[in-house]
Design a protein around this ligand. Structure first.
Ligand code: BGC
Length: 452
């Protein structure tokens, strides 16, 4: 951080955004406690970190092949994909469709009709409308799985809030919507979380891959656990002896476990979300909230006269107007350079910022993004220590990890500090987990089904 150029008064006021090592260790301790609770049969129901069993047991071995469809719902975009896997090779064609806000907040029937509509139009375009292809459904919300093709929605996150879905099997909701149309046939082979897809996509080439992480619109992680520790796993088939656990770590803190570090900005973001009191860990980490957290701090410091001589613009004082991508852009300038910061402030209608203002704004961005990286790193280090394997690759995807210029380095640093001696790890950008990963889960499912 270019902290030396930052106004010391403002720096002091940012202190509540900084987590020291002891604090991270305490968070790690609390998180581990919640993970263990989620895994155990007798405590699962009351656990905040759910540790859902995914029923994905076998990792890919590179021999998967065939033609697959995939659906990807849960980030900023909804995508339909057609994937062809062959040994060491994969080809993918995809199309992005918008999910308008009225559908995100409408009825479940509307949402799934829209999904089926997009799927049919894509199949037509790709000339596979007459085929019955296997499909992997990346559905990135908390699901209690009852098998590889059955997932009960526990709650919506990330701005979605469709009625009549919570408590229902989303694979069935999809099948019903397809049946209502009557013009396409599919075979749903698997429903999976984006973290699982990310892990699988990386494991295809990298056998050390054992953890999947998303730092995008939302945040969550999954990891490979021994079946005997996943007490809710009830499949007869022991497969590899392992099973992927979808932690749903976004909910960590919903019982107050993170209250000792939450700031007034966190409380404000939460109170103004569609799911107040929920996903509190996610709200401190992910891209859906990072810009707004920064804006709230900038607004406050302006009103206190610490920025822009106390006068900013309507935009800076308007909810949602400071985008998360601004944080990445501002920190993307080399230390001491303020070109992007100036451009962004002008976009927001602030033309009178001094160089000192720009250094200060950058510092606020750095505090918010470093805190996010520290929290994600604490979760990952906790898992690495728990798994206690000599070498683990962490597969990561999501817009924040991908586009923030220092997120990877910040995470490397913090995990290195927290991980037990002797454990080696690396962090790898996982390409297209929700697409390729979904096809791989479907393919592995087909392979094992054929075997059995
Ligand atoms: C969802 C997770 C998902 C994560 C990242 C969270 O809001 O609950 O299921 O993995 O976002 O997309």
């Amino acid at each position: 951080m270019a902290a030396e150029k930052v106004d010391p008064v403002l720096k002091e006021r940012c202190k509540d955004l900084i987590l020291d090592l002891d604090t991270l260790r305490e968070i790690s301790r609390r998180f581990l406690h919640d993970v263990d609770k989620g895994l155990r049969k007798d405590t699962h129901a009351t656990s905040i970190v759910k540790c859902f069993v995914t029923y994905v047991q076998d990792l890919p071995n590179g021999t998967e092949n065939g033609k697959f469809l995939a659906l990807d719902l849960g980030g900023t975009n909804f995508r339909v994909l057609l994937i062809e896997l062959s040994k060491d090779h994969f080809e993918m064609r995809s199309k992005i469709y918008a999910i308008p806000q009225h559908i995100m907040l409408g009825s479940g029937e509307q949402l799934f009709d829209h999904i089926a509509d997009c799927l049919a139009s894509f199949m037509k375009q790709e000339q596979v409308i007459a085929e019955t292809l296997p499909l992997g459904f990346t559905f990135s919300f908390p699901l209690t799985q009852k098998g590889l093709t059955k997932g009960i929605l526990e709650r919506w996150t990330k701005g979605f809030n469709c009625s009549n879905c919570v408590g229902n099997d989303v694979v069935q909701l999809l099948k019903d919507a397809i049946a209502r149309r009557g013009d396409i046939q599919i075979k749903v082979c698997a429903i999976l979380n984006d973290t699982t897809g990310t892990l699988m996509s990386c494991a295809w080439k990298n056998p050390n891959c054992r953890i999947g992480l998303i730092v995008g619109t939302g945040s969550n992680a999954c990891y490979v656990e021994k079946q005997k520790n996943a007490e809710l796993f009830d499949d007869e088939d022991k497969g590899s002896g392992n099973v992927i656990i979808n932690l749903e770590w976004g909910a960590f803190g919903d019982d107050g476990a993170l209250d000792f570090i939450r700031t007034e900005y966190d409380r404000d973001v939460d109170a103004n979300s569609v799911n107040p009191g929920r996903q509190l860990h996610e709200k401190m980490i992910s891209g859906m909230y990072m810009g707004e957290l920064t804006r709230l701090a900038l607004e406050k410091f302006t009103k206190e006269g610490l920025l822009f001589e106390g006068k900013a613009s309507d935009a800076l004082f308007t909810r949602g107007k400071f985008y998360t991508k601004y944080v990445s852009e501002i920190e993307g300038d080399p230390a001491g350079v303020i070109t992007s910061c100036r451009d962004i402030l002008e976009e927001l209608g602030i033309y009178h910022a001094t160089d000192q203002d720009c250094f200060n704004v950058r510092y606020v961005c750095e505090c918010v993004s470093k805190r996010a990286a520290d929290l994600a790193s604490t979760g990952i280090a906790t898992l690495l220590n728990k798994m206690n394997e000599a070498r683990v690759t962490v597969a990561i995807d999501g817009s924040v990890y991908r586009y923030h210029p220092h997120f990877h380095d910040l995470m490397m640093q913090t995990i290195s500090t927290l991980v037990n001696p002797g454990i080696k790890f690396d962090l790898m950008l996982s390409e297209d987990g929700s697409g390729r990963g979904a096809a791989l889960v479907a393919a592995v499912a087909c392979r094992t089904q054929q075997k059995g």
